[in-house]
Design a protein around this ligand. Structure first.
Ligand SMILES: [Zn+2]
Length: 290
């Protein structure tokens, strides 16, 4: 069995860079059966961003790339923007912690404006470094994350969270933080979820599972919401650091081939969860609409 022609195939979290494979990667994703990319901005320059204007330029570059993808391929894109939480570490070394915090806070406000203007669909990645950092940076990251949750609440969009892998307790703590900032946990996505934690233990948070074979197999029994992602980095300096952009469509095709009775389960990550979190229904663009 092949995938149903009307089934969108969605990578919920990936990165493309202007100096990387870019549009070609999206074309490859499409050839494998992919239809929708949630494109998340990131720092592809490997040097600290020194101002809100630097971030604005970053957002605009990714928006330009998304427009090219939409113009030159049948793939549809949704933008997710924020100052990458790990940027705080290099920025505070370069500029001092308080300046680094100020830039992240103001960039979150900018990201909120982009959502309001429908240039982006969510705030992400927001969260905190997934490795130990000095105490003052750790506390600052918490404060910035709280602001991120507040902005997401204000503009009415999901927050896509970068942090260490979570178990039930971690999901509960994240859910409490969201609520304390006024944001419903139903609007929070834990990106790069590695460990499968059953729905009732996720405290209302939506996991975006890394599309490894085992991860997908566990998730298929789950009634959702949940997503699949590669976290593709499009970084020639870190080849193979994460999954390739072809992975989600390939996994979907493998399910159609090996477990045709389960194909319908793919509507959970590719249709129902997108509708629930983002409020739109992904639809495939007709062949030849390049
Ligand atoms: Zn990422």
């Amino acid at each position: 069995m092949t995938l149903p022609a009307d089934l969108p195939v969605v990578d919920h979290h990936c990165h493309l860079s202007p100096g990387g494979e870019g549009v070609e990667a999206a074309r490859r994703f499409y050839r494998e059966g992919g239809s929708h990319l949630f494109l998340t901005t990131h720092n592809w320059n490997h040097s600290p961003l020194r101002s809100v204007e630097d971030y604005r330029a970053q957002f605009e570059s990714i928006e330009k790339l998304a427009r090219r993808i939409e113009g030159e391929t049948p793939v549809r894109t949704s933008l997710v923007v924020a100052p990458y939480p790990v940027d705080l570490v290099a920025a505070s070394d370069a500029l001092g912690l308080s300046k680094a915090v100020e830039i992240q806070m103001q960039t979150l406000d900018l990201a909120g404006t982009w959502v309001r203007e429908h240039r982006a669909v969510a705030l992400g990645e927001v969260g905190w470094p997934h490795f130990p950092v000095p105490e003052d940076q750790r506390l600052a990251a918490r404060q910035i994350f709280r602001h991120a949750l507040e902005v997401a609440h204000e503009v009415g969009c999901p927050a896509v969270v970068h942090c260490e892998d979570l178990m039930a307790e971690g999901y509960r703590a994240l859910s409490d933080q969201a609520r304390a900032a006024g944001l419903s946990p139903e609007r929070v996505v834990k990106h790069y979820a590695l460990t499968y934690v059953p729905g009732p233990e996720r405290s209302g948070i939506t996991p975006s599972f890394l599309a490894r074979k085992e991860g997908v197999a566990a998730a298929l029994d789950d009634d959702g919401p949940w997503f699949l992602e590669t976290d593709f980095l499009d970084d020639p300096r870190r080849p193979g650091a994460v999954l390739d952009l072809a992975t989600v469509p390939r996994r979907a095709a493998a399910i159609a081939r090996d477990h045709p009775d389960r194909v319908d389960r793919l509507r959970i990550p590719f249709v129902e969860s997108v509708r629930k979190l983002y409020g739109f229904t992904p639809e495939r663009r007709a062949e030849g609409s390049e």
